[in-house]
Ligand binder design. Structure first.
Ligand SMILES: [Zn+2]
Length: 182
């Protein structure tokens, strides 16, 4: 199985941030994807690639499709008003495998972090994330494990970073059966 771990945003436009701890999505997910890749390389024979945006967001699906992944995980973190908390995983609304894989990964993340369950969310082409979800081949999920602007969420994620990486890795292993068995 070929797995693409896509780091959301980029160095100069790092996504949502936590001002108190001076950390943004990009930096956090650079570390997280590194740990996920390490686990998978140790425990599976999957080909696991970390993907950084090379051009602009509109071209990201093309950059990912060139790698021919079976499973694509795009790593983000939510932000709202510093108070909202919780975990969600997003999939393309009419992908049956996407929905099943997002449920597996959502449950693993919930166990690792213990934050509020905001559920799995199916999105269509024109909704947030829909460009990536609808234009990539292979099962594509967007992970929002916590709210980075919420100090409590952020500290939970930071303190449990390796647990979170292990949970996501284990979820990816379970997704293999969903992706290859009909
Ligand atoms: Zn983001």
């Amino acid at each position: 199985m070929i797995v693409a771990l896509v780091i959301g945003h980029e160095k100069d436009k790092p996504g949502a941030c936590n001002e108190d701890f001076v950390i943004c999505e990009y930096e956090f997910n650079k570390k997280l994807t590194c740990a996920v890749q390490e686990h998978l390389v140790e425990t599976t024979d999957f080909c696991v690639m970390r993907v950084f945006r090379r051009t602009d967001y509109s071209n990201l699906p093309n950059e990912i499709n060139e790698l021919n992944p079976d499973l694509i995980l795009s790593f983000h973190a939510n932000a709202f008003n510093k108070e909202v908390s919780g975990t969600e995983v997003i999939y393309f609304h009419n992908s049956v495998k996407g929905k099943k894989c997002s449920e597996v990964i959502q449950n693993k993340i919930l166990k690792a972090l213990g934050l509020r369950d905001r559920g799995v969310i199916g999105r269509s082409r024109l909704q947030a994330g829909g460009h990536l979800l609808s234009n990539t081949r292979g099962v594509c999920l967007i992970l929002e494990p916590f709210f980075i602007d919420n100090n409590c969420d952020y500290l939970t994620a930071q303190a449990n970073l390796s647990k979170l990486a292990l949970a996501i890795s284990s979820g990816i292993e379970d997704c293999k059966n969903i992706i290859f068995n009909n």
